[in-house]
Design a protein around this ligand. Structure first.
Ligand code: 6GU
Length: 473
């Protein structure tokens, strides 16, 4: 690749003679030429700028001087049929990204026109574009430098390291930040394994490459969620496997069925303001859990009498009930969701897409158990004094199936129950609902028996599963 740089400060580009890029030039991979713009100024003072037409602050670089300089460079260096790009670094350009670097690495010749002051007369890029030259006005980020030289150095380094034979180890191109994967790179470590009291995840020392890859991927996801939520919002859902989705869902992002990208979702304890939306959600999701076996009329009856706003209000007020909801957030809240900066305004009707509840088996002052708790089946055997909780509900809206939200809700609600002393969790789920059983098994539940469950006056057959938590697991 040939690179020409036109500037009034040729010395700025000397940094490119150092290190990698310099070595690439030495080995003939890169043919770098730096030209002094002032060689094309013909007055006594070698003037390259003038005051802006129309008034205003600063100075503008003269089109006649630039035209002569660029005509020369473009004439000398006409590569035979190759692709040549004229690049004008400017803070008002399109943003230069890794994608731009990859694209430009495919060119045969690049010409950088580095402006100073308020920039180059705007007719210069227009002129060359109209003559068929590929012109790109590019910015390296949202801040202002005094001139294009440093930006040109940045772009040249980003482009040159992608050229074949420039990097010593081309594999390091595969797993880096801003690669096609759309994630920041995972944190890296080297010996000593313990440094100033800081240790690394022991998985990295396990030699188990599958687990190492998973841990690193989770770390890359966590880092990107925290630092660059905009990148998460742009991720291609097709690139996300089930474990990616589960990790994202615990970090405030879920992938709705058929959606192109993750969307921000917050898992939080329910409040009284959620009661109506919870009843709606329950009415939408409960029928799916019945495995199309139970008479729709009985299901409707059960919903109308049990899954009402009053039930959810009662649960919110009962400290024996851990009730958590998953709320879909408006897209602009993405950065707030992951940076933890809460905004005061709560939507009037929260967009709830999932909920989970654990009901603790414990009488209240009046000797009553929590509303809606089921009798503990005989196959669920507790040790004396053990606190038992029923995982009463984990429902996710059909649009969020496979989004990772169900396991995330389950893990949040069970952790809250454990924090409240529960060490044995049980649940009943319809025998035909294999999808739910599989999800519960993944979450550490195992089947211990069956029960008969009355839905709107009709008997339903449930599988009973338990999970022992905390000590004595
Ligand atoms: Cl390309 N030039 C200047 N002068 N300032 C910048 C820039 C370029 N990119 C960001 N700031």
């Amino acid at each position: 690749m040939r690179i020409d740089v036109v500037t009034i400060f040729p010395d700025y580009l000397k940094v490119l003679d150092l290190s990698l890029i310099g070595r690439a030039a030495d080995r003939g991979r890169l043919d770098l030429h730096v030209h002094d713009l002032r060689d094309h100024a013909h007055d006594r003072h070698r003037t390259v700028d003038d005051t802006p037409l129309g008034g205003g602050a600063g100075m503008v670089m003269k089109p006649d001087v630039w035209g002569e300089a660029l005509d020369d460079v473009l004439a000398v260096d006409a590569p035979t049929g190759g692709r040549r790009v004229l690049i004008i670094p400017t803070p008002s350009g399109e943003v230069f990204t890794q994608r731009t670097a990859e694209d430009l690495a495919g060119a045969d010749s690049l010409v950088f026109a580095c402006g100073r002051y308020e920039g180059i007369d705007a007719r210069v890029p227009d002129h060359y574009a109209s003559r068929g030259v590929e012109v790109r006005e590019l910015s390296i980020g949202d801040y202002v430098l005094n001139g294009g030289e440093v930006a040109a150095v940045v772009m040249i380094e980003a482009i040159a390291r992608l050229l074949p034979g420039v990097l010593g180890n081309p594999e390091s191109l595969l797993e880096e930040s801003h690669s096609a994967a759309g994630l920041l790179e995972y944190p890296v470590h080297t010996r000593p394994t313990r440094w100033r009291d800081l240790e690394i995840d022991p998985v990295l020392l396990s030699g188990d490459h599958t687990r190492i890859a998973r841990t690193r991927r989770d770390q890359a996801i966590a880092r990107t969620v925290g630092r660059r939520p905009d990148m998460i919002a742009r991720m291609d859902a097709a690139d996300l496997d089930r474990e990616d989705r589960a990790a994202l869902a615990t970090m405030g992002w879920a992938v709705p069925a058929g959606a192109p990208h993750p969307v921000p979702v917050r898992i939080r304890p329910a409040t009284v303001h959620d009661a109506e939306a919870l009843a709606d959600l329950a009415a939408r999701t409960f029928p799916d859990a019945c495995g199309h076996v139970i008479d729709p009329e009985f299901i409707a009856q059960h919903i109308a009498t049990n899954l009402v706003p009053g039930l959810f209000r009662t649960w919110v007020d009962d400290d024996r009930v851990d009730l958590v909801v998953a709320e879909r957030l408006a897209p602009q809240s993405a950065s707030q969701a992951s940076s933890g900066t809460e905004t005061a305004q709560t939507p009037i009707v929260p967009d709830l897409v999932g909920y989970a509840a654990v009901l603790r088996e414990e009488p209240d002052a009046a000797g009553e158990p929590p509303t809606g708790i089921d009798p503990r089946p005989a196959c669920v055997q507790a040790r004396p004094g053990q606190v038992v909780g029923e995982l009463s509900k984990v429902y996710v809206d059909s649009t969020m199936r496979g989004s990772g939200l169900a396991p995330a809700l389950m893990s949040v609600v069970t952790q809250r129950a454990i924090d409240h002393g529960v060490s044995l969790l049980w649940l009943g789920t319809h025998i035909t609902n294999k999808r739910a059983q599989k999800a519960y098994r993944r979450a550490g539940f195992r089947q211990v028996g069956t029960r008969t469950y009355n839905v709107g006056g009709q008997d339903a057959h449930d599988v009973v599963m338990i999970r022992r938590t905390g000590e004595g697991l």
